[in-house]
Design a binder for this molecule. Sequence first.
Ligand SMILES: NC(=O)c1ccc[n+]([C@@H]2O[C@H](COP(=O)([O-])OP(=O)(O)OC[C@H]3O[C@@H](n4cnc5c(N)ncnc54)[C@H](O)[C@@H]3O)[C@@H](O)[C@H]2O)c1
Length: 366
Amino acid sequence: MSTDKLDQHAFVFVCDMHDEAVFVATNVEDNTIVANEIGGPKGKSRYFSQNGKSSSPFRGHQRLPKLIPLGRLWFMVQAASKEDFMAEAFSSGGIAVITGGASGIGRAAVRRAAAAGMRVAIIDVNPQKLAVLRAEIGQAIGADNVLAEIVDVAEFAAMEALAGVVEARWGSPTLLMNNAAAFVTGGDGGILDPNDNWQRLLAVNVLGPINGVQAFLPGMLAAGRPAAIVNTGSKQGLTNPPGNPAYNTSKAALNAYTQNLARDLRERGTKVSAHLLIPGWTTTGDAEHRPGAWRPEQVVDYMAAAIAADKFFILCPDDETPNAVDHKRILWNAFDIILDRPALSRWHQDYKEAFAAFMGKDLPDA
Ligand SMILES: NC(=O)c1ccc[n+]([C@@H]2O[C@H](COP(=O)([O-])OP(=O)(O)OC[C@H]3O[C@@H](n4cnc5c(N)ncnc54)[C@H](O)[C@@H]3O)[C@@H](O)[C@H]2O)c1
């Protein structure tokens, strides 16, 4: 057996096919586990590292490595570098599909994808903004490398048709960013807002990303290329501040959905990863930038770095709210359940002082 090509820290497991024992993990520099035990009697497992040390079986897992037949009896699990399995969000030659792409965070992602040398499909319902951005991006990377389509993400048939167009023209996306969201107005933004508002908001913010995944994922899986799906959530889906219950509900649902999506993709052993982008306060659309907010470009930079680091939760700070503050707010919300406190106790008069005291403490250990 040759280990010439293996990473310095990679482990290889060799097994006898007759035992039906099989494989396990490769391990790269930072101990990231990139494969799982597939099956077989563990007692017969042997692991080698390039420096000759053996290691114990790994349990956790992410994605399956390549298997190489080495002869009649032996198989080897090829040591794989993490990069073999991970998607870069923005990579030359890639294909980006970005919904809500004509404005704000989506537009920043479109520009970054184009600058990285990707073909870009910009999806939006705002024809004016779409036309302006199409012209800008077309000029930068050539009109053949841009699609700008008016598609309502809430319409599954339209999203399926879109997937057909993108795949026929370029192939399936390496970045699918389900980013469009509705901020429906009309009513007080409360529980008794018109039912139509609730229907519309949930259709765009929850079913929109689900439609995107159902339309594009089959092609992405079939392509077998590393690819990333990013769903844009919100801190409001995590900490649930009063004021816009429909929006909070939609983003909480998207959090639940995206976690399930990520696990499903991991269990399938695919090269497609899913990520929940959680922007902080970000200057929206063409609004004037205010101190404290992040610009959309900052969010997109943060997102790209997080995907490169294989993070699922991409919890963005802004210039007012560092991650440490968000972590405590999220935890306070979870403690509502554990400590049997009233719903949204953070905004309950009786818990005002307790919340302030909690925010002053260090985070408890997990
Ligand atoms: N801006 C913030 O502070 C902030 C904070 C947290 C989360 N977010 C999330 O970030 C994402 C982008 O927000 P933004 O601030 O860039 O907003 P934005 O208004 O600048 O852009 C949203 C775009 O989505 C498009 N869109 C709306 N409904 C659509 C539909 N049904 N189909 C297709 N396109 C549609 C709009 O036309 C618009 O161009 C949203 O998911 C939002 O919930 C934003």
